[in-house]
Design a binder for this molecule. Structure first.
Ligand code: UDP
Length: 253
């Protein structure tokens, strides 16, 4: 058997392996789905393949409009080559419409438009259930400084405008999403880049006309087939016109 690559980190939906060159990693997309801090879990056949392709599509688009990301290139169905970054331990959440935790917290009906995009942060810590944290905590505990936070908000809003437009073009409303930000060091100089993944696992996506959910809420709330929902997103974006479950090529009209 060929020697296994060195595993650097294994998360809930992805594995990171040592990359072929220093400063690179291989990001492997698993089929595992988790929700409610991993209390609900399942294996969704084909999810990893779809998210690998979708994340490639969004990261490439972002790079093309000048937003820096960790993405280098897709390697195969489940793997992509990425820049190694120092992950800032925050989930950066952008909301355009109320849903999920903000609806619960403020008693707002899901789908209520927000007066402007709201950027908020959770501290990435599974044991604590990723608690919402104010900027004050972030700066005081040294996870990021005020300049970083200004840059993170600017990045998050650019990603929001880009994704909102791309999704709207295929009849999908971007309700909210989560990104992670990494630092890349070039000597003493540090750059912030979009890292991790951008996929329906980390966005809320509703069909503009019917309101049908096309994201991980399908799994969280038992609303049907998650693979069907993600395949529909990929199909509309023209990302993957093949059958992800059997991996057999299908005829495209
Ligand atoms: N989100 C995520 N990972 C998390 C928490 C949230 O990708 O650990 C995404 C989630 O899919 C949604 C957005 O961030 O698109 C806002 O999530 P929210 O705070 O409403 O939390 P939830 O209701 O999902 O617990």
């Amino acid at each position: 058997m060929a020697p296994r690559r060195k595993k650097i980190y294994e998360g809930k939906a992805k594995i990171l392996y040592e990359g072929p060159e220093p400063g690179t990693l291989v990001q492997y997309f698993k089929d595992d789905a988790t929700a409610f801090n991993a209390q609900k879990r399942d294996v969704i056949e084909g999810k990893g393949v779809l998210n690998n392709r979708l994340s490639e599509y969004f990261m490439t688009g972002l790079a093309n409009i000048g937003v820096p990301t960790h993405f280098i290139r897709r390697i195969n169905m489940r793997e992509q080559l990425i820049r190694q970054v120092e992950i800032i331990p925050l989930e950066v959440i952008v909301r355009n419409f109320a849903a999920g935790s903000i609806s619960k917290r403020l008693g707002m009906e899901e789908g209520t438009p927000l007066p402007r995009p709201i950027v908020e942060y959770s501290y990435k810590n599974d044991a604590l259930g990723d608690p919402l944290v104010p900027e004050e905590y972030i700066v005081a505990f040294g996870w990021a400084n005020q300049q970083d936070l200004d840059d993170i908000v600017a990045l998050a809003l650019r990603v929001n405008d880009f994704l909102s437009g791309v999704f709207y073009g295929v009849g999908i409303k971007l309700v909210d999403f989560k990104i992670e930000i990494g630092r890349i060091w070039d000597g003493d100089y540090m750059r912030l880049v979009v890292a991790d993944e951008i996929s329906p696992d980390s966005c809320r996506l509703w069909d503009v006309k019917t309101g049908q959910k096309l994201d991980k809420d399908v799994f969280r709330r038992d609303l049907g087939s998650l693979t069907d929902a993600y395949t529909e997103v990929a199909r509309r974006l023209g990302v993957m016109p093949t059958n992800t479950t059997t991996m057999k090529p299908t005829l495209i009209n």
